[in-house]
Design a protein around this ligand. Structure first.
Ligand code: ZN
Length: 205
């Protein structure tokens, strides 16, 4: 593990990092407000301003990739990310717990995903929408958040119903657009029906 070449924190990098995380917060807040998630919209990723996360972000600021990746490269672990995922309930990594079951459980015993409350699945969905909008800029389309999800292997870390809801929202966005999807979320946010019923969905994939 290399511990040398730790870059210094400079005012310039701290300012750039501040602007990056604040821009993301403003974007996510805008999306959250449009579905009525006001509190989460205001609190989203707030721990990025804590010294533990902010100083690491400023030290490893790149402009092109996440400072967490640079921290991993230099020290072997991202302390900022470990701090972040433990405090922000819209990250599925927050919901990975130990299973006490010996009969296999969902993914066998050991670390297993737990069911996320619907409003945090929605925040995770909107986080992805906001990030796609910033990343794709003028080229953004409603299909981008699904495309990004589909290239990853996130599903295996999600509780099945959590994955079903996230995928349902991503596909609804792709196929029916933002206005309809956000209206659906607003209508179902505080109802159990936000989660798809147990019976198999005949959705298009
Ligand atoms: Zn976050």
């Amino acid at each position: 593990m290399a511990t040398k070449n730790i870059p210094p924190i400079t005012a310039k990098k701290a300012w750039s990092h501040f602007r990056t995380i604040t821009k993301h917060k403003v974007y996510v807040a805008r999306e959250c407000f449009s579905v009525g998630l006001y509190r989460q919209g205001l609190l989203h990723d707030l721990s990025k301003y804590s010294p533990t996360e902010f100083l690491v972000g400023a030290r490893y600021y790149q402009g092109t990739q996440s400072p967490n990746n640079k921290e991993r490269e230099v020290t072997g672990v991202s302390t900022a990310w470990l701090h972040h995922k433990g405090r922000n309930l819209h990250h599925y990594e927050y919901w990975l717990d130990y299973s006490t079951r010996t009969d296999g459980g969902i993914n066998g015993s050991g670390i297993i995903p737990c069911k996320m409350p619907g409003r945090y699945v929605v925040e995770m969905f909107l986080d992805r929408v906001a990030a796609s909008k910033v990343y794709r800029g003028a080229a953004y389309t409603d299909a981008d958040p699904w495309k990004y999800y589909a290239t990853g292997n996130t599903r295996r870390f999600l509780y099945p119903e959590t994955a079903d809801l996230l995928e349902k929202l991503l596909l609804m966005l792709r196929d029916e657009g933002e206005e309809k999807t956000y209206a659906y979320i607003r209508a179902h946010l505080y109802q159990k029906s936000l989660f798809p019923r147990a019976k198999k969905q005949k959705g298009k994939r």
